[in-house]
Design a binder for this molecule. Structure first.
Ligand SMILES: [Mn+2]
Length: 349
């Protein structure tokens, strides 16, 4: 699997590739330590790391030659080898590191590979999809778990901790981002991280969360009401739900990011809430919570089978509250496989 990924990258005409970002270390070698460097050549795959990670690196990246940086640093190795064309991550390497390397490699041609890697990572293989399915299942189960506990007087922080506890207890390494639990007026903040605010009767409560399973992120959002929903709350909720369902049922290979975004946005505009949906419809997931493709009004990216995308329209009204509903789906030839199975009917708890 790693060899195949590396071969695709080496087809880029670089004779050597230098990788240092934590996600790409894992993507191309299996090493999850996050600190180190890969040097990829036609006939050599080297992983440079320090004594904290030597045992782990040998275990996780058996196809690589592991090199202790106390003996040889990756930069010194590159300097000795003087590559003709060196592939590097222009989106990650700092300006300082880049300048230092350029100094040492005066005759080397630099080949930026971040875009190539982003495109490669956007289309998942079966292993990646299986891990994402597991991470999504855990999030779904955590949601069922927390529904039994939510009541007025409980804090947002306690709701978030119950979600996190459930996911970690059942196999997740960590939440895939700080859990959003935004209630009442705070639900108008799309990324309202959980606070000590107590839930009150009549509040919307938006929960946006997910977890990492073996490096792969899940992402889902549900909004519930504490007690009886008002007519206006129902109208807002049903509008977001209609937009979300329409978009999910439109996802398919060949659609562009902006076509997808428009499906949801048009429904929200027509209902009179256009001004209250500020963010994009969705994004890819993977080793990072936000990957490509992007589903936004400007995105020309084309959906391809094997991509993971979130579908998450929302309406946020200051001093009233907000609603977002988000599923994570796998793009298929003629539609999608929805990994999020929690109910989307309005729950009045
Ligand atoms: Mn998301």
């Amino acid at each position: 699997m790693y060899t195949k990924r590396i071969d695709m990258l080496m087809a880029s005409s670089a004779d050597m590739v230098y990788i240092t970002s934590p996600e790409n270390l894992q993507y191309y070698s299996g090493f999850t330590g996050g600190e180190g460097a890969l040097v990829l050549e036609k006939n050599a795959h080297l992983l440079f790391t320090d004594s904290r990670y030597l045992i782990q690196a040998a275990e996780e990246a058996p196809d690589f030659e592991i090199i202790d940086i106390a003996k040889v640093r990756a930069e010194a190795y590159l300097e000795e080898k003087q590559p003709t064309r060196l592939g590097y991550e222009e989106n990650f390497l700092t300006a300082a590191d880049f300048c230092r390397l350029q100094e040492a490699l005066q005759d080397t041609e630099w080949l930026p590979l971040s875009e190539t890697i982003i495109k490669q990572r956007a289309i998942k293989d079966e292993t990646e999809l299986a891990l994402t399915r597991q991470a999504s299942r855990l999030a779904d189960e955590a949601f069922s778990h927390v529904l039994l506990l939510i009541h007025p007087g409980m804090t947002e922080r306690d709701v978030a901790l119950e979600l996190e506890w459930y996911m970690r207890k059942n196999g997740a390494l960590a939440p895939s981002f700080p859990i959003v639990c935004a209630s009442g007026y705070r639900s108008a903040m799309p990324h309202g991280i959980a606070t000590d605010k107590k839930l009150e009767a009549g509040d919307f409560l938006t929960m946006d969360f997910g977890c990492f399973v073996d490096g792969y992120a899940s992402d889902m959002t549900r909004t519930v009401v504490l007690g009886r929903a008002t007519d206006e709350q129902k109208r807002v909720y049903e509008t977001v739900l209609a937009a979300q369902r329409a978009a999910v049922s439109t996802v398919a290979a060949g659609k562009t990011g902006k076509e997808m975004d428009a499906v949801a946005r048009d429904i929200i505009k027509e209902a009179g809430y256009g001004a209250y949906f500020g963010h994009a419809l969705g994004h890819g997931t993977g080793l990072m919570i936000h990957e490509h493709p992007v589903l936004s009004p400007r995105s020309e990216e084309m959906l391809v089978p094997g991509m993971l995308v979130t579908v998450e329209p929302g309406i946020y009204i200051e001093n009233f509250g907000g609603v977002r509903i988000e599923d994570l789906v796998i793009v298929t030839e003629d539609g999608c496989e929805n990994l999020t199975s929690a109910t989307k009917e309005l729950l009045e708890l």
